[in-house]
Ligand binder design. Structure first.
Ligand code: C2E
Ligand code: MG
Ligand code: MG
Ligand code: MG
Length: 280
């Protein structure tokens, strides 16, 4: 009986594994099809000046416009795209869309703050990244000054000498860099000083319970003060209410993003918000 039960368990486990494998393979196949059919789109979330309330930039955030399921968020597919070696191709499609949109934005609106693009580790370490960037920016006739790249602490802490070389290369080509999700990794202050970055983005987890959580508030105030000392711009992520914004104002944080001002929007909707906010 025990043997029988054991066998059943084994079969159950095996079948369970197969379901996962099949699901994963079919998801991978769908991702490949999505890349071929260009089903990925880019939404834009405004970056807002804490002081003026004007839109001073935007973050490009990938979405999968799935034929059956509608808009799928990146947390559902970026990890698998990285594991399956598809992130490079996906990143190039994002880059192409963003450069096209920047060209249109600059034509319609004139000078506009930078659009930030998230880089995954594989893209950041890709020796052909600069060549690809040159191709796509020349094709759309935009300058590197219109683009900022967001990288995470873990991407630069693993091999900081190599990371600094990559950052120097991007800087020399005219791109601006920022550290995303700041506070969640292990950046040492000593290295931070050596990184050729323009700004820090404080992770949403520290903003979330501010100002009620005294520890989180103290951490945010300390990050802002430290960044200022190092001559870095500070951006707060995930601002959802006015008390969070008031706290950021009190410590002279430079910019914020969050649902309080706007979620990420399709390009046309972002342009409408840009004009109504900045030209009024
Ligand atoms: P991230 O770069 O830290 O982006 C911020 C995320 O926080 C976005 O989620 C944004 O929609 C969300 N967010 C913004 N304001 C608020 C708020 O007030 N409250 C809450 N709860 N959330 C807020 P999203 O678009 O789902 O992106 C998740 C992550 O996926 C990004 O985190 C980034 O790491 C990655 N990602 C997005 N687009 C790309 C891309 O084109 N390439 C790569 N490699 N990664 C990307
Ligand atoms: Mg980001
Ligand atoms: Mg972030
Ligand atoms: Mg984040």
């Amino acid at each position: 009986r025990a043997k029988h039960k054991g066998k059943n368990n084994y079969q159950f486990y095996d079948a369970h594994m197969n379901v996962h494998t099949i699901e994963r393979l079919s998801f991978e196949a769908q991702l490949r099809r999505a890349l071929e059919n260009r089903e990925f789109v880019v939404f834009y979330q405004p970056k807002v000046s804490v002081l003026s309330g004007k839109i001073v930039g935007a973050e490009a955030l990938i979405r999968w416009n799935h034929p059956e399921n509608g808009i799928v968020l990146p947390t559902q597919f970026i990890g698998l795209a990285e594991e399956a070696g598809m992130i490079g191709k996906m990143g190039l499609q994002v880059l192409d869309i963003v450069c096209r949109d920047i060209a249109q934005m600059e034509m319609a609106y004139g000078a506009f703050g930078r659009v930030a693009i998230n880089l995954s580790g594989a893209q950041f370490n890709d020796p052909f990244l600069l060549d690809e960037l040159q191709k796509v920016t020349e094709f759309w006739k935009i300058t590197p000054e219109s683009i900022e790249f967001e990288i995470t602490e873990s991407m630069v802490m693993n091999n900081h000498e190599q990371a600094i070389a990559h950052m120097d290369g991007l800087n020399a080509a005219g791109y601006t860099l920022s550290i995303d999700d700041f506070g969640t990794g292990y950046s040492s202050l000593a290295y931070l000083k050596r990184f050729p970055v323009n700004s820090l983005k404080i992770d949403r987890s520290f903003i979330q319970d501010m100002p009620a959580d005294a520890n989180d508030t103290a951490i945010v105030l300390a990050i802002v003060a430290m960044a200022k000392t190092l001559g870095l711009k500070v951006v707060a992520e995930g601002v959802e209410n006015v008390t969070q914004l008031d706290t950021l104002m009190s410590c002279s944080c430079d910019e914020y993003q969050g649902f309080y001002f706007s979620k990420a929007l399709p390009f046309e909707e972002f342009m409408v918000l840009l004009e109504s906010t900045n030209l009024s």
